[in-house]
Design a protein around this ligand. Structure first.
Ligand code: NAI
Length: 333
């Protein structure tokens, strides 16, 4: 009989709250021992929902006062690297949301410094690797079912209905490639088992000029060629009129695999005077709920089995490097 893992959840915002709930309510043998947020109202409502977790506004104080085994980081992206290093130095295992960091230098520093702690599990939250549909695509690709991959095409477009939170996040966002397309970049590396050797990019402000004030676009795209010659086309945007459009297609010499062409919420179809309609999912939690739970289950399993993480800091570094190269190409057009 092992004692429950004592976990601290950092960040209680749009995603952090869900991760905290997963630790407290969905994972076996884990205990949500502490939560940290700089927003007093978030801490107050967390106190009601997680009465056994101590609340902190100061991350360092939480590390100092709590006897934790692991940390789940859902804080703003610019804090991931420093908070991760602080936790590993304190002897903790760390799960961090994507991206690992917002500069290549800080990601490289993490990769270098945590090599001194081989006994720590440090995992990056690229949750699509735990989504049942993408897992099936991976199995079919690895079995050679599509032959030689010719084109990888992947879109991540948030619904227009969430534009206000995207605009509010703009000052903290490191750009669409790092904030959104980083998922598609990780998918391409994971599925193709190859690295890009050529990257070019384009984009613009098609609906929201505010993005230009931050040298960004409301929709951006990248075209790449991988070392195994597969071409890749990625689109990241904020203006889907219908819902949360995350779709991927891989065209091969023998078959094509597609995931999520229509972001349908469920199996309901409405046939009425307008024609035939399907309801669309409206956000990341609705589409990837199962994957967010499965990635934390995997994190805990790796800690228990004293295994390295399945999604590593090297994956985090590569995704940031590729996203930054795309962003630079976008700035140069
Ligand atoms: P949010 O803005 O909704 O929440 C941020 C949270 O961090 C707040 O609770 C805030 O109090 C806390 N925070 C800020 N400064 C802090 C500090 N110094 N110490 C401790 N806590 C601090 O942000 P959101 O949307 O939840 O994103 C958080 C992270 O999760 C980002 O890195 C983002 O890229 C990632 N994310 C990943 C998604 C995925 O699909 N894997 C989806 C959404 C977000």
């Amino acid at each position: 009989m092992t004692s429950p893992l004592r976990i601290g959840a950092v960040g209680l915002g749009r995603l952090g709250r869900f991760h905290a709930e997963t630790v407290a309510e969905r994972l076996p043998d884990t205990q949500l021992a502490a939560v940290c947020s700089v927003m007093p109202d978030e801490l107050a409502s967390a106190k009601d929902q997680f009465p056994n977790a101590t609340g902190y506004t100061d991350y360092s104080e939480m590390l100092q006062k709590e006897s934790l085994d692991a940390i789940v980081l859902s804080s703003p992206s610019s804090l991931h690297c420093s908070q991760l290093l602080q936790a590993t130095e304190a002897g903790l295992h760390v799960f961090t949301e994507k991206p690992l960091g917002i500069t290549i230098e800080e990601c490289q520093q993490v990769v270098q410094q945590i090599s001194a702690y081989p006994d720590r599990t440090v995992m990056i939250g690229f949750m699509r690797r735990y989504d049942p549909s993408y897992l099936e695509v991976k199995a079919r690709l690895d079995a050679g079912e599509i032959g030689r991959p010719i084109l990888f095409r992947s879109y991540s477009v948030d619904p227009e209905t969430s534009i206000d939170s995207a605009l509010a996040y703009l000052p903290h966002s490191a750009g669409q490639f790092l904030d959104m397309a980083v998922h598609d970049i990780d998918l391409a590396r994971w599925l193709l088992q190859s690295e890009p050797r050529m990257i070019t990019a384009a984009g613009g402000c098609y609906a929201h000029p505010e993005f230009a004030e931050h040298d960004d676009g409301d929709n951006v795209a990248a075209f790449m060629q991988f070392e195994n010659d597969t071409m890749a086309f990625l689109l990241a945007g904020r203006t889907a009129p219908h819902g949360y459009q995350v779709e991927t297609e891989i065209i091969g010499t023998k078959a094509t695999l597609r995931v999520g062409m229509t972001p349908q919420r469920n199996h309901v179809e409405i046939l009425d005077g307008h024609g035939v309609r399907k309801l669309c999912s409206q956000g990341f939690l609705e589409r990837f709920e199962q994957a967010y739970i499965a990635e934390l289950e995997a994190f805990v399993r790796c800690i228990r089995e004293k295994r390295p993480a399945e999604v590593t800091v090297h994956d985090g570094l590569r995704a940031t490097e590729i996203a930054m190269a795309a962003q630079q190409a976008f700035h140069e057009i």
